[in-house]
Design a protein around this ligand. Structure first.
Ligand SMILES: C[S@@+](CC[C@H](N)C(=O)[O-])C[C@H]1O[C@@H](n2cnc3c(N)ncnc32)[C@H](O)[C@@H]1O
Length: 311
């Protein structure tokens, strides 16, 4: 069977919304080629794991490629994608170009393997796809087994890797965790590997919940993590030691008050998905409800925050 490849060139602020929109129109996998990947400096920071081929990346902005089987594809899909993008609120759409192409099945399957390799997402977390073998470099490393697919969160996005870095720094064994917007489940898997328990993983998108459960199985932690559909912290009443929320600034903003109420004293909110321009607004809201900002990290135009509910 052949596949239809749709290529979208988009600005960085628009990119996090694209995977959700493509999932909603039934995409069969998304490849993200971010121009910033080439300047990220992973090699200096973490030791060489792989080299990127500049030919695979655009000169600026982000190229998102998505695949439909030729049986599922119709031109109406492009109209729906455009409509959904035009309907986004509070998001600057400064670049949007859409083109299509035909690809052979083998090319589609190999596309992932060309782009996705084992990599160190933080000091101790290494993300390893199923088609690669990876030997631990030292006993302190944790391996997260993940294949790219239908849910956000393979660890190579700045927001996810900044969360992983904060998680490895702050999360302690036996702390209770709730992971809001779990996507692929990567942050919950990381917390489990550090000994956190119990862990609950929520996502608004039922496809993401299914993908997360698959990933929990691959990482032998399906029994330890409760995965459910959920809208932010609505309906949650059990207090937690740590809350993760890597969503987007205007969505994180909606759950700041609830997160504070749900944390135990000395509990920590680890949040990202926030672009630099929204830092002041989010920090102001966090401080207004009583959080003390423990740490803010910044990468590729995104920030991550660790905020403490002081006793
Ligand atoms: C940027 S991804 C983060 C995935 C993963 N936690 C990570 O750090 O890579 C954001 C996720 O939040 C989910 N999401 C968006 N709005 C939500 C809401 N109101 N409640 C729960 N999840 C939501 C999306 O479906 C998506 O899976």
């Amino acid at each position: 069977m052949n596949y239809k490849e749709i290529t979208l060139m988009v600005n960085h602020e628009l990119e996090p919304f694209i995977a959700d929109i493509l999932n909603e129109v039934g995409a069969n996998g998304v490849v993200i080629e971010d121009s910033l990947e080439l300047v990220k400096g992973r090699i200096e920071t973490y030791g060489e794991i792989y080299e990127l081929n500049p030919d695979d990346y655009p000169e600026s902005d982000v190229r998102v490629k998505v695949y439909f089987s030729e049986l599922d594809y119709s031109d109406a899909i492009i109209d729906v994608i455009k409509e959904k993008i035009n309907g986004l609120q509070d998001v600057e759409v400064s670049r949007l170009e859409i083109s299509t192409d035909e690809v052979q099945e083998e090319d589609w399957a190999n596309e992932w393997k060309n782009h996705f390799h084992a990599f160190k997402a933080s000091e101790s977390f290494v993300v390893v796809p199923s088609w690669e073998n990876y030997e631990k470099q030292n006993d302190d490393e944790f391996i997260i087994k993940l294949d790219p697919g239908m849910a956000f969160g393979t660890g190579d996005h700045a927001t996810t890797s900044m969360c992983l870095k904060l998680i490895e720094k702050y999360v302690q064994p036996n702390q209770s965790v709730i992971d809001v917007g779990t996507g692929s489940g990567i942050l919950s898997i990381a917390a489990h590997q550090l000994g956190a328990a119990p862990i609950k993983a929520l996502d608004l998108d039922s496809v993401a919940v299914r993908v997360a459960v698959d990933n929990f199985e691959k990482n032998d932690c399906a029994d330890a993590i409760q995965a459910e559909p959920g809208n932010l912290l609505k309906g949650e009443s059990e207090k937690r030691d740590v809350i993760f929320a890597n969503i987007l600034a205007h969505i994180v903003d909606l759950m700041i008050d609830d997160s504070y109420a749900l944390l135990n004293d000395n509990g920590l909110l680890i949040t990202s998905g926030i672009i630099l321009e929204k830092e002041e607004m989010i920090v102001e809201h966090l401080e207004r409800v009583g959080y003390k900002i423990e740490e803010i990290t910044r990468e590729n135009g995104w920030i991550a925050i660790a905020a403490r509910k002081e006793a």
